[in-house]
Each structure stands twice: as structure tokens, then as C-alpha cells.
Design a protein around this ligand. Structure first.
Ligand code: C5P
Length: 249
């Protein structure tokens, strides 16, 4: 297609047919997905948006629905996995039959992910983490004393990047998401390289009919070796099943 970067071939039916490095990683792939045998593999899905306090009553947040992550957790459960769902603030209804860890801030989310990721076969990071948090959270409600007010922000840790670089020889598969409003595939390729994860699921947020806050999505799966596969527009539950099939292929 027109926005395919030079030299990148999007596979039409074969699924990363060359993808030796991914399948070479370990037992989870042999166990396979859809076998229906509980506890053969485990996954941690992280979703929702983080909430960063300004003072005791105000906060910085975002419009994450959490839907994509919830659907991935459901799909993994249906495929027989042990699932843990870590969620920040989200507007969608979370699944009720999945172990659910509720977090607020990016720092709390990081703690929750660190606690689980070592023992997981797959970590799927679909959260909308605030890039910044307030440097000094006010202990009391801020008064409207001055005509202008500045908040000093400091960068939050990049959870996806940190777990990807610290996993050493473990064969945990790590999947990230990327939402772009332009140059989707170029940016997604840069992102998988900078984050160091195994897959990036890329979606185009300039479109109203898919992605953010929608029930549907259309995504590209970018693999570490830069194999790319497009998943045609579908409901988020179907897209989730397909994503799991692709990463465990
Ligand atoms: O850097 P960017 O936010 O575009 O990357 C998106 C991916 O990185 C998503 O998987 C998101 O959950 C993850 N992320 C993270 N920690 C951050 C920012 C993003 O894990 N501080």
C-alpha cells in the first residue's frame, strides 16, 4: 500500500513465515494457543490510562477506554491462559472473571507490572501511560490566587521499554501498542526498535471508525524482524484473538 515504507513486504497470508527468532524463543510457542489446557501459559495484560495527581482533588488523565486490553485478556482466557489484568482508569466494563489489579499512577502501574512479568509467558502492554506526572503534588487543594499557574511535570518511566530491556534471557514475549496519527508504519518500526519489545501492534488514531474508544480496530502487527502483517478491520474481540494467534504462531 502507499504508506508501506520502502523495502517492507506485508505478508498477505503467511504469518511471519520466516519468523524463526520468535518461535525459537521457547516453550510457550510449543504449548500453543487455543489448546484449551488451562495454565499451559500465562499472560499479563496492562490497559487503561494512568491518573496523575495534581492536588488532592485534581488529576491528569486521558480518554482511554481500556477496551482493547480487556478484549485481549478475555481472548487469552478463552484460549486457556492464566490471565492477570492490570488496569488504570478505563471507561469500558472490565471482565469480572479475570484476576484484576487496579492501579492509578504510572509508578503504581510499573510496580504492578514488575511484580508479575517475570513469571508470565506473555506481557501485552496496551495501557495509555501518562508521559509525565506532576513533580510536586500539592498536599492541599490549590487556590486560584494568581492569574496564571504553572505545573512542573517530570517524565514517567517507560514501562514497556524497561521490561523489554531487563528481561535478560527470559523467554517472556513482550507486546506493545502504538497509536499514531501519521506515518503509521514508519513510526511503528522506529518504536519497536526503540522499545526493544517483540511485537508492536500499530493503529491509526486519525481514523474515527477504529481504535481509540471504538469497538473496532484495524491494526498492523510488526514483528522484531520487521515482518509486518495487517489485520483487517474487525471487532476488538476478534482482533484480540488474531493478535494472540499471530504472536504465538
Ligand atoms: O512511546 P509511546 O507511548 O508511543 O509507546 C506506546 C507503547 O509504550 C504502549 O505499549 C504503551 O503502553 C507503552 N508505554 C509505556 N510506558 C510509558 C509510555 C508508553 O509502557 N511511559
Amino acid at each position: 500500500s502507499n504508506n508501506t515504507p520502502k523495502g517492507i513486504v506485508i505478508e498477505k497470508q503467511g504469518i511471519f513465515s520466516s519468523g524463526g527468532t520468535v518461535t525459537a524463543q521457547g516453550g510457550v510457542h510449543a504449548a500453543g494457543i487455543g489448546s484449551g489446557n488451562a495454565s499451559e501459559w500465562s499472560s499479563v495484560t496492562i490497559t487503561g490510562g494512568t491518573v496523575e495527581a495534581i492536588d488532592p482533588v485534581r488529576y491528569i488523565c486521558n480518554r482511554s477506554s481500556g477496551k482493547m486490553g480487556y478484549e485481549i485478556a478475555r481472548a487469552a482466557k478463552n484460549a486457556g491462559a492464566d490471565v492477570i489484568l492490570i488496569s488504570g482508569n478505563a471507561t469500558a466494563e472490565p471482565p469480572t472473571d479475570i484476576k484484576f489489579v487496579k492501579v492509578k499512577t504510572a509508578l503504581e502501574m510499573r510496580e504492578a507490572v514488575w511484580a508479575e512479568f517475570d513469571s508470565a509467558d506473555a506481557v501485552i502492554m496496551a495501557a495509555a501511560v501518562s508521559d509525565y506526572r506532576v513533580k510536586n503534588v500539592a498536599a492541599q487543594k490549590i487556590k486560584k490566587t494568581y492569574a496564571t499557574l504553572s505545573l512542573e511535570l517530570v517524565k514517567n518511566p517507560d514501562i514497556l521499554k524497561d521490561i523489554s530491556s531487563s528481561r535478560g534471557n527470559s523467554d517472556t514475549l513482550i507486546v506493545g501498542f502504538c497509536a499514531e496519527s501519521e506515518n503509521l508504519l514508519d513510526n511503528a518500526i522506529k518504536k519497536i526498535q526503540s522499545k526493544g519489545c517483540d511485537f508492536i501492534i500499530a493503529n491509526d488514531i486519525s481514523r474515527q471508525d477504529i481504535g481509540f474508544n471504538s469497538d473496532e480496530n484495524e491494526v498492523y502487527i510488526i514483528e522484531k524482524n520487521l515482518g509486518i502483517k495487517k489485520l483487517e478491520k474487525n471487532t476488538k474481540d476478534k482482533i484480540s484473538e488474531q493478535i494472540l494467534e499471530e504472536i504465538f504462531e
